[in-house]
Design a protein around this ligand. Structure first.
Ligand code: RB5
Length: 143
């Protein structure tokens, strides 16, 4: 069964709750790395545990949510082996998988609707990594 890690800060908490229910309803196992309320928190405290789970394969991929998606994506991308992609429309999410083999999808909770977030996730899940020249490029990312 596909195991999906999910994490947010306070700005992404409501969207995380909705996506957890949505993904759970689709039969995915969802591992929640917090936060657990709308009380103000620091996104790295939740991005790092999620990114570590992706890096060490205890989840298949991660969903990271903050207000803009940027802070949580920047933090996740500090982990070697994590390829986090900020996605605000389904086409970008599909390309993030097809070309970049993204393993963390970052969502900007303050700029997209819950319906759009679900469409973005579906596009990412349905897409397949194309390999070939894209694999060669991915292999050049790490320092
Ligand atoms: C929180 O106000 C906001 O700064 C955070 O959710 C995120 O957008 C940071 O990148």
């Amino acid at each position: 069964m596909t195991k999906i890690g999910i994490a947010s800060d306070h700005a992404g908490f409501e969207l995380k709750k909705e996506l957890k229910e949505y993904l759970g309803g689709k039969g995915y196992e969802v591992v929640d790395f917090g936060t657990d309320s709308e009380a103000s928190v620091d996104y790295p405290d939740f991005a790092h545990p999620l990114a570590a789970a992706v890096e060490y394969n205890s989840v298949d991929f991660g969903v990271a949510i903050c207000g803009t998606g940027n802070g949580i994506c920047m933090t996740a991308n500090k982990h070697q082996g994590v390829r986090g992609a900020l996605c605000w429309q389904p086409e970008i999410a599909a390309l993030a998988k097809q070309h970049n083999d993204a393993n963390v999808i970052a969502l900007p909770a303050r700029f997209i609707s819950a319906d759009m977030a679900k469409r973005i996730l579906e596009a990412y899940i349905d897409a397949k990594f194309e390999g070939g020249r894209h694999q060669r490029r991915i292999d050049k990312i790490a320092l």
